[in-house]
Design a protein around this ligand. Structure first.
Ligand SMILES: [Zn+2]
Length: 496
């Protein structure tokens, strides 16, 4: 009799394709799914299923009665580039059922980067200059493979890193053709080394001066290298519609697979504009690969910047190098306490981070429900008082937006965080429950799953995530991470 690693019994499977759930056992061996038995099978198949299930012993049998078994969640939008090294347990993510993180978003990535001068915002979101020790993506890959985390990682190359390096810190102007050529060479090398594409952060000082054409010149090399393009757009507030049009121009003129990052309409004056942006995106989707990601909260978070503060209803400080104790406090209260204006307070605290309350629920619901949207946390792991999305995003979509608000069925919620994400980002043999796929799996309780992290207490793990497996190894059980570190570096598939 064969002995296999894991036998999950009595649960219901949501397979990550959006298809209705079905009862099935799951069998895992050597990191892969080797047994799953979808419905509608004929007698012959039923017999062989029975035979299969009675013909082996499992080292670990799990009773998933009343639970859902789904593919591990893919956090398509993270800033965990350094977090996977500083906290390889990645508890903030595996406690949500996340088994793969895509790092290097918003134009900033830990690799490739070897510039040693002062760096513009928001590069500091990835930590201190000591963290930037990977001149090439392959150096980052080697480090990860030598010190793997619980989760798998795929890396986008940050446009701002290419830019700051090629322009030797003179980021405040368009790049010239020599600099663009250097960026192209470095991007090609990065993708050859294993990066899955390029991200931009056009809203930020590091890249704001880059004209549309600079981006087109770079991303047009990606389709033939099977790379994707993700964009934190130039403007997510008053000019959000213009920015979506710019993104569509880049996408349609280069035919690159494009993902709009953390799509939102920021600032009360711009609430409701998602009707127009989603209409534009939907039209463009007819002839292009264009999708988006979003997180299920009406507050955003990034560095503390004056231009961002102006349009927010309320601002909480998440960290400050000069005044660590102010983390979690309201910026208005701090200004009162200091006896300073808001701008003076920002200058005093900077470099610092903040949470901005500035989006509307109607836009959020519309964007989350949209056919092209995936779930990405945009969590910022280094913050002393992080935005709760770091610990709560995925269970919140399952518990609040699917179960409680019924914005979409559970199968669709899971699809937005598994099958859809794997296919858009080209993560092969991930994101769906199929024989031969890697055994990245979550067992969760559909009746209780919910986020616990809040703006007041942001670092609480969710309820209802029972077991999490990465590459067939258990990484989360009994509300604790295990000692296993089975994460793999994912290079992404070659699309053609
Ligand atoms: Zn961003």
């Amino acid at each position: 009799m064969n002995t296999y690693d894991i036998h999950i019994k009595n649960g219901e499977v949501i397979d990550g394709t959006g298809a209705p759930k079905f009862k099935s056992d799951i069998v895992v061996d050597k990191g892969k799914i080797i047994g799953v038995f979808p419905p509608n099978h004929d007698d012959v198949r039923e017999k062989s299923e029975k035979h299969f299930l009675s013909s082996f012993k499992a080292r670990n049998t799990i009773n998933a009665e009343g639970k859902i078994i789904s593919p591990g969640f893919i956090d398509v939008h993270t800033h965990d580039d350094h977090n996977v090294f500083s906290d390889p347990s990645m508890t903030c993510k595996i406690s949500q059922g996340v088994t793969t993180c895509i790092v290097g978003n918003c134009g900033i990535s830990l690799a490739p980067f070897s510039y040693k001068g002062d760096v513009p915002a928001p590069i500091a979101l990835l930590g201190k200059s000591d963290n930037f020790k990977f001149p090439r993506v392959k150096d980052y890959v080697d480090e990860f493979n030598n010190n793997p985390s619980t989760v798998n990682v795929a890396l986008l190359t940050g446009h701002s890193m290419l830019r700051v390096e090629a322009m030797k810190g003179e980021f405040d102007r368009p790049a010239n053709s020599k600099e663009i050529n250097q960026m192209i060479d470095n991007l090609m090398l990065a993708v050859e080394d294993g990066s899955i594409g390029m991200s931009t952060g056009l809203a930020y000082p590091a890249a704001n001066a880059a004209p549309t054409n600079e981006i087109i010149e770079l991303v047009k090399i990606l389709p033939k290298m099977n790379g994707v393009f993700t964009t934190h757009m130039r403007n997510e507030a008053i000019d959000v519609i213009k920015s979506v049009k710019e993104t569509i121009e880049i996408c349609s003129s280069t035919k690159v697979r494009t993902i709009i990052s953390h799509h939102k309409c920021a600032g009360r004056d711009n609430w409701g504009k998602s009707k127009e942006t989603l209409k534009l995106i939907n039209e463009a989707k007819q002839n292009n690969f264009l999708d988006l990601d979003c997180y299920p909260y009406t507050a955003s978070s990034t560095m503390l910047l004056k231009s961002f503060v102006k349009r927010a209803d309320k601002v909480l400080v998440t960290w400050s190098d000069n005044y660590p104790d102010v983390s979690g406090q309201d910026l208005n209260d701090l200004a009162d306490n200091f006896g300073l204006t808001i701008d003076e307070t920002i200058d005093k605290l900077y470099p610092a981070g903040a949470i901005y309350f500035q989006m509307g629920d109607d836009d959020l619901n519309r964007i989350l429900k949209f056919d092209g949207s995936m779930v990405g946390s945009d969590g910022i792991p280094g913050d002393r008082h992080p935005h709760p999305r770091l610990w709560g995003t995925f269970p919140r979509v399952l518990g609040k937006y699917s179960r409680e608000m019924k914005l979409f069925p559970l199968e669709e919620a899971v699809y937005k965080m598994t099958g859809k994400s794997a296919s858009v980002f080209g993560l092969e043999k991930r994101g769906t429950i199929n024989i031969g796929n890697f055994a990245d799996l979550v067992i969760f309780n559909p009746d209780t799953v919910i986020d616990k992290a809040s703006y007041q207490s942001p670092m609480l793990h969710a309820d209802g995530i029972e077991n999490v497996f990465v590459n067939g190894k258990m990484v989360w059980q009994n509300n604790l991470s295990t000692e296993n570190r089975p994460g793999m570096f994912l290079e992404g598939k070659k699309f053609n």
